[in-house]
Design a protein around this ligand. Structure first.
Ligand code: CA
Length: 256
């Protein structure tokens, strides 16, 4: 059994007035999320906040459910209980956006990325929609666990762009999948098996789109406490110009 410690930081960056990112650190639920909202006026802020609240609410509601449910949406028997809780929570978050848009037309263009980790009774599940990222740091190596649902992400996977070129590309902000309140989006799920000493970094593109992975790896690997590392990540993005909102959540797994 591993015990988890965590820290988070969020900052508007140096060029944006508002912070449209949202995050959640719920040690009691084993839930950690980052969401990056998009949309005019206040809509981006509303989208990311609604999504985080909806995921948090369902994870709390489903805390004691077994495979038998009852589940509000289809349960995927090919996946474990924890993965199903997280996937259903993301789909419910999309429906929450749909209801908010139906109630207020000014919100119709809002959308949000969402990426999250849920630690449950049968393992650790990861879910992702959009271009926020989750990395695993293990023994000095940093590996991206999620895939970016973005135009530049597709070009990187196709071998057309390098990671560095992607960070500077004029279309770097084009997201190809998000929670929009439209049709149920395909949510990318994966299961991870943490080991003692592992760390996980969840972040919005205000960090990963600005700071190269080598620099992220160095900061995440420091021997300081997690809160200090979160602040160092925010400071690094701001030192690089802080072009976007920056949100980071850090987890560390230790022997209980
Ligand atoms: Ca962003």
């Amino acid at each position: 059994m591993l015990q988890i410690s965590s820290a988070a930081a969020s900052h508007p960056g140096l060029r944006r007035e508002k912070n449209e990112d949202a995050c959640c650190v719920r040690q009691d639920l084993g839930l950690y999320l980052v969401a990056d909202g998009m949309g005019g006026h206040a809509a981006g802020e509303i989208a990311s906040r609604l999504a985080v609240e909806a995921v948090e609410a369902f994870i709390a509601e489903s805390f004691a459910l077994g495979i038998g449910g009852p589940w509000p949406l289809d349960y995927d028997p090919a996946r474990g209980l924890t993965a199903n809780r997280l996937q259903i929570a993301f789909r419910l978050a999309n429906r929450k956006l749909r209801a908010a848009i139906a109630a207020d037309g000014a919100l119709r263009n809002m959308a949000t990325t969402a990426t999250g980790v849920l630690v449950g009774v049968d393992g650790v599940a990861v879910a992702n929609v959009g271009d926020s990222r989750i990395y695993r740091w293990r023994a000095g190596a940093l590996q991206q666990v999620t895939r970016d649902h973005s135009w530049v992400g597709e070009q990187v996977r196709a071998g057309v762009l390098t990671e560095s070129a992607a960070r500077h590309h004029p279309w770097r902000n084009v997201v190809t999948r998000a929670l929009t309140g439209g049709e149920d989006p395909e949510i990318e799920m994966s299961d991870i098996t943490p080991e003692a000493g592992d760390r996980m970094l969840l972040c919005s593109d205000g960090l990963s789109g600005v700071i190269a992975e080598d620099a992220l790896r160095e900061i995440v690997g420091r021997a300081t406490d997690l809160a200090t590392q979160c602040q160092a990540l925010v400071d690094a993005a701001n030192a690089a110009g802080g072009p976007d909102n920056i949100t980071v959540v850090l987890l560390q797994f230790d022997v209980a």
